[in-house]
Design a binder for this molecule. Structure first.
Ligand code: ADE
Ligand code: ZN
Length: 353
């Protein structure tokens, strides 16, 4: 592969060892699987067929997407459903060169419908453990609280999940905050995040997707988030940008999501390249790939094309994804070594000192 001329190809992108750090497992439900699970579980869908459902994937903002996302997730009832969904995503991830994935799931989306928390954990974890055994691809779980619900609801959910912690300690290492951002600022969840921190969980928070830069500041200062999901609004605040650069606080950016949810009107406007070139620890991720028209490699490819990213910049984005992961140091170093070996093979001149 001669990779040092032309635009970075999908083949080049897939060959780079990388991680996925911002992925909602419920957002990987493809319309085909939604229909299959609806049939299996005898659930009526208000769409005549798969194409009509796909036609509905036209969003004007985050809320218009979330309405469909929660409706889509309503077909998930049994352990097997959660297993099948997770397996389908991990196959896609493997094809895209993902060597480690930190996966969000929204327990409240399911417990509110009467699905047991045990069922959710069991199905997702069985798939992730099986994939780890058979392919070596590692993963962890980020239990995400829905910010449109109350903090007490989050605390109750967390309490119920803690009873399962021992059983899933190889996977569940982190908590997050997602759903409707505007009007639900980070500080609404100060108590549950303080508890999670005390109990040793790694912390991530969606902030600065539709909300302002001050939500990113509050996620860092009040919730002690270690990684910001999205964070694209940070550019509104030069002091915050300086802090993100100096402290190398990772941002898990999702370009196709931002485009589909009208955070930007055109991918060429996206600030991913600007933030990368200012030395921020930005990563590329897929968020809800079944809804936004592309998995991880598609997000890299579309960004590379729209923003004129060089091969070297794309390779650095892949490296950032390893650096920004919550892997222990020894495991992280192994993945960085894999990245170095691959980059030397693909582009022997790019990183020569
Ligand atoms: N849940 C699933 N996708 C999300 C997003 N992009 N923002 C907030 N919550 C979400
Ligand atoms: Zn997200």
């Amino acid at each position: 592969m001669n990779v040092e001329t032309g635009a970075p190809s999908l083949q080049f992108i897939r060959a780079l060892p990388k991680t996925e750090l911002h992925l909602h497992i419920e957002g990987t439900l493809e319309p085909e699987l939604i229909f299959e699970l609806a049939q299996r579980n005898k659930i009526h869908l208000p769409y005549a067929n798969i194409d009509r459902l796909r036609d509905a994937y036209k969003f004007s903002n985050l809320q218009s997407f979330l309405d469909l996302y929660y409706a889509g997730a309503s077909v998930l009832l049994t352990e097997r459903d959660f297993y099948d969904m997770t397996m389908a995503y991990m196959r896609r991830a493997q094809d895209d060169g993902v060597i480690h994935a930190e996966i969000m799931f929204d327990p409240q989306t399911h417990t509110q419908r009467g699905v047991k928390l045990e069922t959710v954990f069991a199905g997702i974890s069985r798939a992730l453990r099986e994939v780890r055994e058979t392919t070596g691809i590692t993963s962890s779980l980020i239990l995400s609280f829905l910010r449109h619900l109350s903090e007490n609801d989050a605390l109750e959910t967390f309490d119920a999940a803690l009873a399962l912690r021992r059983q899933y300690e190889d996977l569940w290492i982190s908590v997050g905050l997602d759903s409707a951002e505007l009007g639900n600022p980070p500080e609404k969840f100060a108590r549950v995040f303080a508890l999670a921190r005390e109990l040793g969980f790694r912390l991530v928070v969606h902030a600065g997707e539709e909300g302002p830069a001050s939500y990113v500041c509050n996620a860092l200062d009040i919730l002690h988030a270690e990684r910001i999901d999205h964070g694209v609004a940070s550019e509104q605040d030069p002091d915050l940008m300086h802090r993100l650069q100096v402290e190398q606080i990772p941002l898990t950016v999702c370009p196709l999501s931002n485009l589909k949810l009208c955070v930007i009107q055109n991918l060429r406007e996206h600030n991913l390249a600007r933030m990368l070139r200012q030395g921020l620890l930005v990563t590329v991720n897929s968020d809800d790939p079944a809804y936004f028209g592309g998995y991880l490699a598609d997000n890299y490819a579309a960004s590379a094309e729209a923003l004129d990213l060089s091969h070297k910049e794309v390779a650095i984005l892949a490296r950032n994804s390893i650096v920004a992961s919550f892997l222990p140091d020894d495991a992280k170093q192994k993945l960085l070594d894999l990245w170095t070996a691959k980059v030397h093979e693909l582009m022997p001149h790019a990183f020569a000192s």
